[in-house]
Design a protein around this ligand. Structure first.
Ligand code: RM4
Ligand code: MN
Length: 406
């Protein structure tokens, strides 16, 4: 076992055990759509070796898991990942060490959805959208998934275009029609986004709106926090804390941004923000006085929702998993006892120092040792680059049509 001396502070045995959790207790869910050709609205830059089928997307997710050891599930997007036999797809994944994670509904790419889906003014279109999400519930049942994630592109572009209040009623009614179709044990994650593709109003715009809808549905409806889906300067970690307090934080769509919904690698732009989010999660996991938040934090699902337009995709996913792992490990280093003591004493600077010291600790050498102890490469990213796998995959996947967002 590696020695605790490798950790700068706090130098106590429990800290090592807690960091070890970041090695094996955490699972990062990999999005199938993170491996396909994507781009901006100006240009898609195709890459060599991009998957052509959902099976090849699963192969790529399995590669990320093989190198990192903590990416044991893959989320699917329907209809992008539609197949005839979902049980067979699940066993294909299982043979590669993966579970099927969240099933993402897509009611934003069909001509009928130009003015919205669940909130559309036409009852026929709303019915079609309800049916599409119920399909996802069925796919969750067939593939052994434990969640259906709903993100809607619904909204309006101009004041007066539609009745904002009635769109809200339609949203709740539509999701109430979906909810009873969730198979036993399957949760619904409702994802909010402040704008885009709609530019004036968005029907599920923020966490409060999403939470209110979840309450109108039932206990298994929880909020998905996509880190890229907030206005500049928003205190995301406080949103996380509030949703934990309400017991309604279901999952994350992790990515990073500088300006808009940039879908950059998680932790690549503002690692301190990611750390502050991680701190709220770990803080709740350790808080025996708040059973609701503690349970919620322990059940949260960490999905990535990224697209790699100019960088190679598999290594970018590996880096993202490592970024999250390092950040969780740092949050696990916070000395909760010392932090609480400083808070109670009103020692503002000491409380802040406790948190910031953990952030400033370099956990990489310790994580490397823990990886090696588990039979994983010390540096999954460099090991992958040196493996020759990328070149082999590009050669094997010559020909055919590379997958994209369609
Ligand atoms: C959306 C949202 C969803 C994701 C799609 C691809 O902006 O973040 O989670 O499924 O993009
Ligand atoms: Mn998302």
């Amino acid at each position: 076992m590696p020695q605790i001396a490798a950790v700068t502070r706090p130098a106590t045995a429990p800290a090592l055990e807690r960091i070890a959790w970041a090695m094996s207790g955490i699972n990062v869910e990999i999005p199938s759509w993170g491996f396909v050709n994507t781009g901006t609205r100006f240009r898609v830059f195709p890459q060599a070796g991009v998957p052509r089928t959902v099976f090849e997307k699963i192969d790529d997710a399995a590669t990320v898991h093989r190198y990192t050891g903590i990416a044991g599930s893959v989320s699917l997007h329907i209809p992008w990942d539609r197949v005839d036999d979902y049980a067979a797809l699940a066993s294909y994944a299982r043979e590669r060490g993966l579970r099927i994670g969240g099933i993402n509904s897509n009611t934003f790419q069909d001509e009928d959805y130009k003015l919205g889906s669940l909130c559309h003014p036409s009852a026929a279109v709303r019915q079609k959208a309800v049916r599409a999400i119920i399909d996802c519930c069925e796919i969750a049942g067939l593939s052994g998934s434990n969640a259906v994630k709903v993100w809607l592109g619904d909204g309006t572009n101009y004041p007066g275009q539609d009745d904002l209040r009635w769109r809200r009623h339609r949203l709740v009614e539509g999701l109430q029609a979906v909810y009873p179709h969730l198979p036993n044990g399957v949760r619904l994650y409702l994802e909010y986004k402040l704008y885009e593709p709609a530019l004036y109003s968005t029907d599920v715009q923020d966490w409060g709106q999403a939470l209110a809808v979840c309450r109108a549905l039932g206990d298994r409806a929880t909020v998905c926090v996509d880190t890229g889906h907030h206005a500049m300067g928003v205190n995301i970690e406080q949103i996380v804390a509030l949703l934990l307090a309400e017991g309604r934080l279901g999952s994350f769509d992790l990515n990073d941004k500088k300006y808009g919904d940039d879908d950059l690698m998680v932790g690549s732009i503002d690692p301190y923000q990611l750390f502050r989010i991680a701190h709220e999660l770990v803080n709740a996991m350790r808080d025996d006085a708040d059973a609701v938040a503690q349970r919620c934090a322990n059940e949260v699902v960490y999905m990535l929702d990224q697209c790699h337009n100019i960088e190679p995709k598999v290594p970018a996913m590996i880096r993202s998993v490592m970024n999250l792992q390092e950040t969780m490990a740092k949050a696990l280093l916070v000395d909760r006892g010392a932090l609480l003591a400083a808070q109670v004493a009103g020692d503002v600077l000491e409380a802040n120092r406790q948190v910031q010291d953990a952030f400033s600790t370099d956990v990489r050498p310790l994580l490397a040792e823990l990886r090696v102890a588990r039979g994983l490469p010390a540096d999954p990213y460099r090991a992958y680059l040196a493996s020759g796998e990328a070149e082999a995959r590009a050669a094997a996947r010559a020909g055919g049509t590379a997958a994209g967002w369609g």
